[in-house]
Design a protein around this ligand. Structure first.
Ligand code: SD4
Length: 317
């Protein structure tokens, strides 16, 4: 195929795309490529917002969400709110490869990872501790819950029970400089499609919160012969619409990648006019599209057989 192999990711994670493309050039599968690409960002703390040391929750802890999907077999592995293990996408890969399950969460996902040989270590850093301390100073409203629930929890957060209505910080949170997710799609020369995502989620979330990234069809989706998609942005909203699944289904129905991306975002905007996020979509032959909302431009990284030097392109929102 003219355009294959290819790799695309949300935002300008250029090096991660290069690493993944290299993997494909050296005979790696699409699954291998997205695993090393997203793993690279976890290790490098891409933009300080993927991997350990970012997005501390209300208690100051960083937890990770990751997913990997094989469009050849439709096998999936995912972890949500993974604690104390850095290479979340690799743990997701172990769920895919060595279990019949699809999704493990929390401390028990950590336990699984340790049994599989992963190292247990704190995901906090000086930076994440500072982010948390500053936020506590500015936002602590310990009495907020008193009139809301029978047993008020001590909360410092913007995450009020009906926070959609009074949650203003999320609007400023996801932009082209400050975001928390890599979503990557790779297609190898044999046409195998894989997608992976990795994120430390949303800042100051309620402990236990899982975003869209590890949810199949929300953060990502892939099916051989059809295409793949990966979404980024306000995950609490994204997961209500399964935009990645919708985009791949739109490809299947004959729409172009660009049309499929736009339809997936449009449906969200119909209900959430303030939504902030974006999606990249690629068809099985390597043609790609992207759409976004709530920011001015959405950059994405793309490497393809016909332009093996990674480009960061952007789409207007
Ligand atoms: C989340 N979707 O957990 C992630 C955040 C993100 O760009 O994508 N930021 O809500």
């Amino acid at each position: 195929d003219l355009y294959l192999p290819m790799v695309i990711n949300t935002w300008g994670f250029k090096q991660a795309n290069e690493v993944a493309f290299m993997k494909l050039l050296h005979g790696g599968t699409a699954i291998d490529a997205v695993e090393v690409g997203c793993g690279f960002c976890e290790a490098m703390q891409c933009d300080g917002t993927v991997g350990y040391g970012g997005s501390p929750d209300e208690n100051g802890e960083t937890t990770l969400d990751a997913m990997i999907m094989d469009g050849k077999t439709m096998n999936v592995g995912a972890v949500g709110a993974l604690r104390n293990v850095k290479n979340a996408v690799a743990v997701a890969k172990y769920v895919l490869k060595y279990t019949t399950h699809s999704f493990l969460v929390g401390s028990q996902a950590t336990k699984f990872a340790i049994q599989m040989g992963f190292r247990e270590e704190s995901l906090s850093t000086k930076d994440s501790k500072n982010i948390w301390k500053n936020w506590q100073k500015d936002n602590c409203q310990p009495n907020f819950w008193i009139n809301v629930v029978p047993n008020p929890r001590q909360s410092c957060g913007p995450y009020k029970p009906n926070y959609i209505n009074n949650f203003n910080s999320i609007v400023n949170k996801f932009d082209s400089k400050n975001h928390d997710t890599i979503g990557m799609i790779a297609i190898d020369k044999d046409g195998n499609i894989a997608v992976a995502t990795s994120t430390n989620g949303a800042r100051h979330k309620i402990p236990g919160r899982v975003g869209d990234s590890p949810i199949i069809g929300a953060g990502g989706y892939a099916e051989n012969g059809v295409g793949g998609a990966a979404a980024t942005g306000d995950g609490d909203i994204i997961m209500r619409f399964l935009p990645s699944f919708k985009a791949v289904e739109s490809l299947k129905a004959g729409l172009s990648p660009q049309e499929s991306a736009e339809i997936a975002i449009k449906t969200i905007i119909k209900y959430y006019t303030e939504f902030v996020g974006g999606i990249v979509v690629v068809s099985a032959n390597g043609i790609f599209g992207a759409a976004c909302h709530g920011i001015s431009k959405f950059p994405f990284s793309i490497t393809r057989n016909d332009f093996p030097n990674t480009q960061v392109q952007e789409v207007n929102c």
